[in-house]
Design a protein around this ligand. Structure first.
Ligand code: CTP
Length: 407
């Protein structure tokens, strides 16, 4: 079933020969029941007349940031709030560069900056311009900020070249808009998540920590946000950007992470403990920097609170998901942790082998719950996280298990 009925789509058109294809997209959107308003840049108007889109959308076309005649039309802030989704199709190389840099010197760029709604771009340009490292970097940066990158397709180009750079076809863009506006499996769910390592101070300049990069936890946070959840991420020290739509609090030590979680757990429906929390902290933290001329220090360790166990022991507990990083007997240790910490689901992986686990970009997970198991095959952490979120959503909502489980 289409998610487009009564949805409001703001379509931005920039300069490119594919601007004419956007007319067909407007027609398809209107036919599917969406409301469409069109914004054109100056160079887009070199290719197609605004009147075309006005006739198809049944609405005035917006072109200028300072339109003195547009008394009855919405201003840019209203327009940014009005839409459910903003799609720029075609998106030229110049537009993508300006969007990445945060320019706001035309109406469309201003709308993109002013909108909190999902933003998608459908790049369209000469294949050499698309292959240029500058365009590549701009798109990569936009993607990490949560901008949806749709296309481009490969094929014959208007300039005679052949290669990637063609705008996706209107039917393909329609399907992507439909998918983006469809409710996610975690719509309306509040998900709290820990990620990264913790640091336990030895003295004011030194600490004990571990090799967690936070990549898996951040990928799970991003996947949960894309699935519609309101995500709060409590992160140890990592060098990663905050995923789009995720609210983040940074902490250092296990006790700080524990406090940050406990302060927020009352409002959450699902708790996912991805962090590699230091089991121990230093009992005798030195007040001043330890000097090597002093006698070699003896570090006394004391146990840190177990954040996940404390959350799952609450009377009003959320759905609890744990992680188990193991170097052997994955199933045995994971099932033991599932019981011992009273979890709803546990995701276990081998660590220590090259290309998997800590610091790696790929991962493979064995996921267990009471009476069930599913394997998430090795792949990029983003893909693994997406599948894990699907499994969590299925278990959380009590829906039937997917085909790749052997439950
Ligand atoms: N965890 C936590 N707080 C801690 C320790 C662990 O929330 N103080 C969470 C982790 O985020 C992870 C799971 O518990 O979800 C890992 O369980 P744990 O028993 O700590 O695993 P290991 O450290 O591997 O312990 P073990 O010595 O049992 O292998």
């Amino acid at each position: 079933m289409s998610a487009l009925g009564n949805k409001k789509v703001l379509l931005g058109i920039t300069g490119g020969i594919a601007a004419y294809k956007a007319a067909e997209l407007v027609r398809l959107l209107i036919k599917a029941g969406a409301e469409v308003r069109v914004v054109m840049t100056e160079s887009a108007r070199e290719f197609v007349q605004p009147l075309t889109y006005q006739a198809l959308s049944g609405q005035p076309v917006y072109t200028d940031l300072f339109d003195k005649h547009a008394d009855s039309a919405m201003d840019h802030i209203e327009l940014a709030r009005w839409c459910d989704l903003l799609l720029v199709a075609p998106a030229s190389a110049d537009f993508l560069a300006k969007l990445n840099a945060g320019y706001a010197d035309n109406l469309l760029l201003t709308l993109c900056l002013a909108s909190k709604k999902p933003l998608a771009v459908a790049p369209a340009m000469n294949q050499q311009m698309f292959a240029n490292a500058a365009t590549h970097d701009n798109l990569a940066a936009l993607a990490t900020r949560g901008v949806l990158i749709w296309g481009p397709a490969e094929g014959d180009q208007a300039c005679g070249d052949i290669g990637p750079g063609r705008m996706l076809e209107p039917e393909q863009l329609l399907a992507l808009i439909d998918e983006a506006l469809a409710p996610g499996p975690l719509d309306g769910v509040a998900l709290l998540l820990t990620a990264g390592p913790t640091r336990e101070a030895i003295d004011p300049v030194r600490y004990l920590s571990n090799r967690s990069s936070g990549k898996m936890g951040f990928a799970v946070a991003a996947a949960a946000a894309r699935a519609g959840a309101r995500v709060t991420l409590i992160s140890g020290p990592v060098a990663l950007p905050t995923p789009a739509g995720v609210s983040r609090t940074d902490v250092e030590s296990a006790r700080e992470m524990h406090d940050a979680v406990m302060a927020r757990v009352g409002d959450c429906d699902i708790f996912v403990a991805c962090a590699a929390v230091s089991d121990y902290r230093i009992a005798n933290v030195a007040g001043h920097k330890l000097k090597k001329d002093d006698a070699p220090p003896v570090l006394e360790l004391e146990l840190n609170p177990d954040i996940l166990a404390d959350v799952s022991a609450l009377a009003q507990r959320p759905f609890c998901v744990g992680f188990a990083a193991e170097t052997r007997d994955v199933e045995k240790y994971a099932l033991d942790k599932l019981e011992r910490k009273n979890l709803d689901l546990i995701a276990a992986n081998f660590v220590g082998s090259a290309g998997r686990g800590f610091e790696a970009d790929d991962n493979q997970l064995e996921v267990y719950w009471r009476g069930g198991h599913a394997r998430i095959e090795r792949g990029p952490k983003a893909a693994v996280a997406k599948r894990l979120i699907e499994l969590i959503a299925e278990r959380y909502t009590g829906r039937h298990l997917s085909t790749d489980s052997d439950d």
